[in-house]
Design a protein around this ligand. Structure first.
Ligand code: GSH
Length: 229
């Protein structure tokens, strides 16, 4: 069956990994287009003019209609409307859906932002500038990241198996993608957070081979980076 969609992605991008898992689990046919951020493939004029005016991944392209869409949460909602996602990943029920939305709004400004910025200042920036990480920025984002992991455990997960209740949803998939982004730096968000550890094991079990598949690059880096917190 030919693909209706293309997904422009990088394996080092948490929202890209989240959408790859969601598309694969939902059995929506798509063609993945790898855009290697470290090679600057997202910064070419061709990419900015034709795919993402922001020069970012992920981007969804619907081939037949020549429609391109940025922003992972908008992409998630579009896929649900157009194709329907697996089971409860983005529930049709209004209140259940609102619970997933509630988390995704929080996640973007808190867990995602802090893990991504900490990864950038700890691991990416030093390679670009060939100098040691800036301790002021690193500590600032590390504190934000720790507060976000605390909130994820105490205010979101609490004693539930998954973030929004008893069922796995897109909330868990985007959150675990952030966890791995922080883990790339040697920071393990589960350490000394027993409820988060329990949740992590549940999500890993539910996602099974889909998680391993999208995390191949990430896992190779993690293996070389022992936990330091
Ligand atoms: N809010 C956007 C974030 C997109 C984003 O920041 N993507 C990053 C990778 S995770 C990127 O492409 N960065 C390249 C750059 O900023 O140069 C989403 O959720 O899709």
């Amino acid at each position: 069956m030919s693909s209706t969609f293309k997904l422009y992605f990088d394996f080092m991008s948490p929202p890209s990994r989240g959408l790859l898992i969601i598309l694969k689990m939902s059995k929506i046919p798509f063609e993945g287009v790898l855009i290697q951020l470290h090679k600057g493939q997202h910064l070419t004029e061709e990419y900015k003019n034709n795919i993402s005016r922001f020069g970012k991944v992920p981007v969804l392209e619907e081939i037949e209609t020549n429609f391109t869409l940025t922003e992972s949460v908008a992409i998630l909602r579009y896929l649900q409307r157009e194709k329907g996602l697996l089971d409860d990943l983005y529930p049709a029920n209004s209140q259940k859906q609102a619970r997933v939305d509630e988390f995704l709004e929080w996640e973007h400004n808190n867990l995602r932002a802090s893990c991504a910025m900490y990864f950038y200042f700890k691991s990416v920036m030093p390679r670009i500038t060939a100098s040691a990480p800036d301790p002021i920025f690193m500590n600032f984002y590390k504190n934000q990241m720790e507060e976000s992991f605390d909130a994820l455990e105490k205010l979101w997960i609490q004693d539930k198996p998954f973030i929004t209740g008893n069922k796995l949803s897109a909330a868990d998939i985007f959150a675990i993608s952030d966890y791995y982004q922080a883990r790339l730096t040697g920071y393990d968000g589960c350490k000394n957070r027993p409820k988060l550890t329990k949740w992590m094991k549940m999500v890993q079990k539910e996602l099974g081979p889909y998680l391993d598949e999208v995390n191949q690059t990430v896992n190779k880096i993690i293996q070389k980076n022992p936990v330091t917190n």
